[in-house]
Design a protein around this ligand. Structure first.
Ligand code: HEM
Length: 118
């Protein structure tokens, strides 16, 4: 399959993930409908990112450079921080700021591909 399709899916996954992250600001008690849609966006976004990302790894990279491993670690950390924020273990403002900050680090990793020596 064309890797471009996986790239588009990967970006759609990122859009869903960050829509879910923005939606955290609307979560709260007595808002079951919002809480549910935020969880769906987050879960679907993380899943599509991983499936399409692994497809891209298999088709284009065919190795495990440090920038890619760091991306996967950050992907896991984002899932944990999202859940902690939704469960009020981390304040909403801090959670959203941390998640956006991690998203910026991921953007840098994907585009600059540091630590490869290339
Ligand atoms: C927070 C999660 C993630 C975000 C926001 C993200 C975002 C992106 C973006 C914006 C690109 C650039 C696409 C392009 O060059 O057109 C990319 C590329 C890529 N991502 Fe991710 N990604 C994430 C997680 C992952 C994960 C979990 C993997 C797992 C293996 C992965 C593997 C890849 C690969 C292999 C590429 C292709 C790099 C290349 O162009 O050579 N990503 N990602």
């Amino acid at each position: 399959m064309d890797p471009a399709i996986f790239k588009v899916l990967h970006i759609i996954g990122a859009i869903l993930l960050f829509t879910g992250i923005g939606g955290l600001m609307g979560c709260g008690e007595n808002r079951p409908h919002i809480n549910k849609i935020v969880s769906i966006f987050n879960g679907l976004g993380l899943l599509i990112l991983a499936v399409a990302g692994l497809g891209l790894q298999g088709m284009m990279i065919k190795a495990w450079p440090l920038w890619l491993i760091l991306k996967i670690v950050i992907w896991v950390v984002m899932a944990v921080i999202f859940t902690m924020t939704k469960k009020d273990k981390i304040g909403m403002k801090n959670g959203v700021l941390i998640l956006v900050g991690l998203g910026c680090v991921v953007a840098w990793l994907c585009i600059m591909k540091p630590f490869t020596g290339a």
